[in-house]
Every structure is written in structure tokens, then in C-alpha cells.
Design a binder for this molecule. Sequence first.
Ligand code: DOR
Ligand code: ZN
Ligand code: ZN
Length: 422
Amino acid sequence: MSDLLITGARLADGTTGDLGVREGVFVDPADLGGDAERLDAEGLLALPGLVDLHTHLREPGREDAETVATGTRAAARGGYTAVFAMANTDPVTDTAESAAYVAHLGRRDGDCEVVPVGAVSRGLAGEELAELGLMAEHAGVTVFSDDGRCVHDPLLMRRALTYLKPYDAVLAQHAQDPRLAGPGACCHESQIQGVLGLPGWPSVAESAIIARDVMLAEYCGARYHACHVSTAESVDVLRWAKKRGVQVTAEVTPHHLLLQTEEVAGYDTTYKVNPPLRTREHVDAVREALADGTIDAVATDHAPHAQQDKDHPFDVALPGMIGLEQSLAVVMEVMVNSGRMDWPTLVKRMSATPAEIGRLRHQGRPIAVGEPANLVLVDPDARAVVDAAASASKARNNPYGGRELPDPVVATVWAGRRTYQR
Ligand code: DOR
Ligand code: ZN
Ligand code: ZN
């Protein structure tokens, strides 16, 4: 790997200068050899590489929808240098061997770091604990989740939290009480949902689970993370729990920051997602919570699906939308360009804090001499209409297709290697 000289970049704190990269580490540009490759970053912002706590890569098992190679290529295009790969693959990542296999696929095929998430319950069945200790000890797993399913049984949740505490691992919950929705629930319970005739998920199905879980996390003294928070009541619960000193963190997705229930009015299954898109008041609440830190991080919940799994009636189609490539664009549009958030805070929410939650010590670090060379070069002014067909992902369930958004990512460098350049 040759040396790299990045010239004229501005950092999130406003300082400008040249950056040297040698053997995966930022070095003083004066220490580079004369034959260093050059990357002109005049007018661009250099941010630490983004970290995604919540990605579905679908490998092993559904390589027709996504692979580690295509998913991480989408991640690199989106400015990410690390992604946590959710456990709802086939087979499920519920043993040390299967977690080690996902990490191996990442090292072999990845355009960013791939960190396996371990399942909480065997086969995601919600009945007995998976090999939590073996996954933590032998595969370095730090995040455990049954995502796609809610850990519903309170006793299983209690045992999982108790078990994970000594490992300093975090339990990431897909908070959605299945007992509070009817069969085929696929849309936010609301006035529009009634008009459309689709079965609904009430917002309390989320907040009631988070309320229970933060009490259990406090009781067990363990770390708990709420995935894809989407309701105003959930935000209230999180605010209360944090004030109480519970070890709780939370994430919000780009789609819950930008899109509302109305999107489903055309029965376009691209917009079917769990938790569902919500109404204005909820969207406003999660934006405010991300700005003030009640919600700690942005996570994509990139959920690629094969077209045949989306080409069904709305209540039958699989839920999920992709998001790695447009995540930064959406956060810029909703949070930075609107004046809700500054660049240093964006860096916390999309890089430093997710790395800290997942205990990734070499990601989410500042851009400084001696630190790992993970960065994304951002053009803060470029805009473009999103072309869903141009995605590096195998999937086309992109909710941003046809929308005009910022087009920020110019180049991504992971461990000193250029993984994307426009
Ligand atoms: O919409 C979703 N899709 N929500 C989830 O929790 C799982 C995900 C998937 O795996 O497709
Ligand atoms: Zn989920
Ligand atoms: Zn998910």
C-alpha cells in the first residue's frame, strides 16, 4: 500500500491542512515519501469514517439480496468504514463459529470492517439463550440482537442482560411488541392507515417494550440499546431512563428522520419497514432527540431485499429498506442544513458514539497523527437526484430514489486504503 497525501481538507472543527497516510495510520505529511499518491481535497470536509451499528448484509443465506462484498461496497460509497452485521442471516449468527465466519467474510470480501452481531436467542426463536459467552469470548462479539424479532419474553431478556453484563456487551433490542398488533401489521396505526385498510402497529408497541427493558437493564446493571427508535413516547422513556442513570443508548434510522406514514399511501412496498414510518409529531420528536443526544446515534438498518420478496401485496411483502449510501445525505439534509446540528455533533452521532457503543476502539477516532486512517471526504454543497438503479447494493428497495438530496461522499479511506472515490 503506497503512501497517500490528502491536500487542503477542512476538518469538522474548521481547521484546514494536509493529511499524510502511511501503512493505515495518519502521519505528518512531512514524513511521506516523494512518491505518495495525491488526493486533492480542496473545498472538502474530512470526517472520521462513519460507523453503522445496524446493517443487514444477508450473507450467508440470501446472497441473492446482498452479499458482504456488495453491502460493504454500498457502505464505502456512503462513507462508512465499519458496519455491524445483524444476526438474522441463514443460518442465524448464534454461535462463535458462525460469528467468526461472518468476520472472515468481512476480511475476505469487505470494503469496510465487518463486525458480527450475535443473536440473543438460539435461532432467533426467543426461547433459549444463544451461546452468548462463547460468542463474546471466542469471536469478540460485543453487540447482541435478535433484530427482525423483538426479545419478547421478560425472563429471557433478564437472563440475557445478566449474562452479558460481565462481558461489557450491549443488548440491542428490536422493540416492537408482537402481542400489540394483529396479523399482517405493516403500517403505523393512524388515520391514514385506517383509510388505506392496512393492519396497523400502534406506537405503544415500541415504547412499552423500551419502558420494560430500561427497568430490566437498570435492575441487572447491564447495557441496553434501543434499535431504530421511531416514536415520541419512546423518546420520553429514554430521556427519563438516562436521567435516572440507566446504561441505555439509542439509535434512529435515516428513514425515520426523513419519511412519514404518508409514503405508504400508494401501497409501494419499498416503504414497508419495521418499525413503520410514523407521523409528523413522531418524526419531529426523533429529530429533536438526535439533536439533544437523547438518541445517541444514527444507524441505517440497511435491509436489502430481492425484488420477488417486495413484489407482493403490502401486508405480505417483506419489511425493510436500504440506506447505507444515502444515510449521510439524509442526516445532512434533515439535521445540518436545517440548522439543528453542527458538524462535530454529526461526527459524534455517526462515527464516535456508534464505535463507542460497539466497543470498536480503532474506529470513530479523530483525524490526527497516530490515529487509524479512516475518513470520508465530503462535499457539503453537492446535490443530486438519487438514482436507485446506480446503487452498489444488489437490492433496489431504496426509498430515496428520485429524490433530490445532498450528494456528499467524494472518497472514503479505510485503514489507509481508498475504498471509494467518485
Ligand atoms: O424492516 C425491517 N427489516 N426491520 C427489521 O427489523 C428487520 C429488517 C430485515 O431484516 O429485513
Ligand atoms: Zn429491527
Ligand atoms: Zn434491522
